[in-house]
Write a protein that binds this ligand. Structure first.
Ligand code: URA
Length: 430
């Protein structure tokens, strides 16, 4: 006997197409019927395009998020003796902040569960970066995950497919139908996974600019506000920082190169922008975990954060003392005149690192651990003719030409550099 479906999907598509609003029962049914295959991909594609074009009300976004959470399992950290606080970044070029941040925050006795992904396209994946450490493994059982959270505090590991599986299916569809960049869909996608993960507090790093998902600051602000509201509605204390991603973060782009720079930050050094963002996010996470006065600088300076890093890496089979892989070939690009480095556009640098082998074009591709770009100057730095500006690294020299093509016009030297705004532009929520 076939079951009777309560709605006709074409009616729902027409409603969104004509600027209507879906109610909770309709959204619950839509997500469930799509997950079990009753609603076809082409119908859901039409729906996501209608949402992309016409938006959604706050209640609809909330219903969509809850329906995606209900499609899978939820984790429960209630048995831990520590408070949990998590962070999510919308992704950018050279964004390695999770690596120093998780052990830094955990060194204050807080649990930081970081369920992460692999990179696709020009933004790198946290797991790809950590996999450049000899022996380190991304997959943990639930028991290993919980016991590492209790013992070490910080865990960065692969997210299982059990959290919000409806989002996995929907995201793959959006990816091939030009409907990724819709605020209701991005917000519900990210927050369904974070809420299902069971954290009690969450800090979002929402980026804008050339290397970010959304270039426009007003759009990024709206995304941040939408995600903060979703988190708060679900009982997760949520804040967001709106941060500039027009220039690569730090001086390295690429897996092993970014691990090296993260370790420099944990050792009390590293580039100013990486330190600033790591400290800014750590303060927000610790404030939400009840430690508003935590001295985060001290934990970097006195080695506490580094100790937690070493324990975190070792707990997942990695050797924190092992040498990181080094690329077989490199190519140095030098300044063609004296002056000041005026521009360094994040997106082309991300694309070039990806073409050098640091990222993957398809899910099944592998990445080169040592490939990427090392920057020797940042905008505002004085440079002299012949000085090295950046070095490309790869194991396959045939990749240099396409990487250099991507970089054409992406940097410039002038007599003076244009003024730059702050890295952390705004704080939303709280
Ligand atoms: N990351 C996600 O998990 N979902 C989106 O929609 C966009 C970025």
């Amino acid at each position: 006997m076939s079951s009777i479906e309560p709605f006709d999907v074409v009616d729902l598509i027409r409603a969104k197409r004509d600027h209507g609003t879906l109610d909770t029962a309709q959204i619950n049914w839509l997500v469930d019927a799509y997950t079990r295959g009753y609603v076809a991909d082409e119908q859901m594609a039409a729906m996501t395009m209608a949402i992309f074009l016409n938006g959604m009300e706050r209640q609809e976004i909330r219903d969509l998020t809850l329906a995606m959470i209900a499609s899978g399992e939820t984790l429960d950290f209630g048995g831990l003796s520590k408070r949990t606080t998590d962070k999510h970044s919308t992704g950018g070029v050279g964004d390695k902040i999770t690596l120093p941040l998780a052990p830094l925050v955990a060194s204050f006795g807080v649990a930081v569960p970081q369920l992460s992904g692999r990179g696709l396209g020009h933004t790198g994946g946290t797991l790809d970066k950590l996999e450049s450490i000899p022996g380190w493994r991304a997959s943990l059982s639930n028991e290993e995950f919980l016991s590492q959270l209790e013992e070490v505090g910080a865990v960065i590991c692969a997210a299982g497919s059990g959290l919000a599986p409806a989002d996995g299916k929907l995201y793959a569809l959006r990816d091939i139908t030009g409907t990724v960049e819709a605020i209701p869909l991005i917000a519900s996608s990210i927050m369904s996974k974070k809420i299902a993960e069971g954290t009690s507090a969450l800090v979002l790093d929402v980026k804008f600019g050339s290397g970010a998902f959304l270039r426009d600051i007003a759009q990024s602000r709206k995304l941040a506000e939408t995600m903060v509201a979703l988190g708060e509605d679900a009982g997760v204390a949520t804040r967001a920082l709106l941060t500039d991603m027009n220039v690569p973060l730090g001086l390295t782009i690429g897996n092993a190169l970014e691990v090296r720079e993260s370790v420099e930050v944990l050792a009390g050094g590293g580039p100013a922008d990486v330190i600033e963002l790591t400290l800014g996010l750590a303060r927000e996470m610790l404030a939400l975990a009840g430690q508003p006065d935590a001295d985060v600088e001290a934990a970097l300076a006195d080695g506490r954060a580094m100790d937690t890093w070493r324990r975190m890496i070792a707990a997942q089979g990695g050797d924190p003392s092992a040498a990181l892989p080094v690329a077989k070939e490199n190519h140095v690009v030098t300044a063609d005149r004296d002056g000041v480095l005026a521009t360094q556009d994040a997106l082309p640098f991300g694309v070039a690192a990806w073409r050098l082998g640091a990222g993957r074009a398809r899910k099944q591709d592998s990445v080169q651990a040592a490939a990427g770009i090392e920057l020797h100057a940042k905008p505002g730095d004085r440079v002299t003719r012949g000085q090295a500006l950046f070095t490309l690294h790869t194991d396959e020299p045939a990749r240099f030409d396409r990487a250099l093509d991507a970089l054409g016009g992406s940097w410039s030297i002038a007599d003076t550099a244009p003024a730059r705004g702050p890295l952390i532009v705004e704080r939303i929520g709280g």
